[in-house]
Design a protein around this ligand. Structure first.
Ligand code: ADP
Ligand code: MG
Length: 265
């Protein structure tokens, strides 16, 4: 199976794929888990999805998907492979462009990294319905640049106070430095249903005070979904399998599918 769809965009979106950066303030909150399973959930709905492992310094999408790529983003950056060669089929019916572990040298944002990434996004956009960018955590220039490549951004946060403080810092920077007036929020590892809404409300309130000060600059934090803290997630990660394939009925899988639904409507 080729990883690259040949057909013209099925959904007929004029600008090609919808680009969504998945980021977070704090690390280890579930960005890669959510991105991979969201990609599979969208693919199950007939969408053509590419996941770009844009966490250049700490890339581990290959580990989560149990892939051992011969060709990675590194080979594309160094002209050892074409983009088409490096885009691989992933379990779950989507495509991936993996960073692998050879990318540490790109964890600093240079003009070259900038140009390469911009050109890659331009080339893949016409060929997919969705390009998901699994980015790093925090507000370093390389993370912020990766996020800037996407039209939409989804911040992943857990209910832990440290995660929320860091999510707040990230969202504030996205609003002030990238001029974003709307950011999506996914609350991961929620301990009960409805916790996402409470957390989103609290964050929105604090943000309003700092970001929404200037007239005509209203800022909106949209709750895109919540995924429960669920032991099946760890089990799937340990088996290096997709949760929505291994435990499709689990609470966390339901949360990811609801997120895909929300993005499709
Ligand atoms: N909803 C969840 N329920 C339980 N454990 C989770 C959940 N989401 C993530 N985890 C755990 O957190 C770990 C880190 O997730 P990962 O996606 O690698 O984070 P990040 O990409 O943000 O650094 C996972 O390997 C998994 O064990
Ligand atoms: Mg990750």
């Amino acid at each position: 199976m080729s990883a690259i769809p040949a057909a013209p965009p099925r959904t007929g979106r004029s600008g090609g794929a919808r680009t969504l950066a998945v980021t977070s303030g704090k690390g280890g909150v579930g960005k890669t888990f959510v991105t991979a399973n969201l990609a599979a959930a969208l693919a199950a709905r007939g969408e053509r999805v590419l996941v770009l492992d844009a966490d250049l310094g700490l890339a581990n999408l290959d580990v989560v998907l149990n892939l051992h790529p011969k060709l990675t983003l590194h080979d594309v950056f160094t002209d050892k492979a074409t983009l088409d060669q490096a885009i691989l089929p992933a379990p779950g019916g989507f495509s991936v462009l993996l960073a692998g572990s050879g990318m540490v040298e790109y964890s600093r944002l240079t003009p070259e990294v900038r140009d390469r990434l911009l050109s890659i996004i331009d080339q893949v956009k016409p060929r997919f319905d969705w390009v998901l960018l699994d980015t790093g955590a925090g507000i370093s220039d390389v993370v912020l640049f990766a996020v800037s490549l996407a039209t939409d951004v989804m911040v992943v946060a857990t209910p832990e106070p440290t995660s929320l403080t860091d999510a707040y810092a990230t969202i504030k920077v996205l609003a002030t430095q990238q001029g974003r007036r709307q950011v999506g929020l996914l609350v991961n590892q929620a301990s009960r249903l409805g916790e996402g809404r409470v957390i989103c409300g609290q964050l929105q309130q604090v943000l309003q005070r700092f970001v929404g000060q200037q007239p005509g600059q209203a800022f909106r934090l949209d709750l895109l979904g919540e995924v429960r803290n669920d032991p099946t997630v760890r089990q799937a990660v340990l088996k290096r399998q997709l949760l929505i394939e291994q435990y499709p009925g689990s609470e966390a899988a339901q949360g990811v599918k609801a997120l895909a639904n929300r993005l499709l409507t």
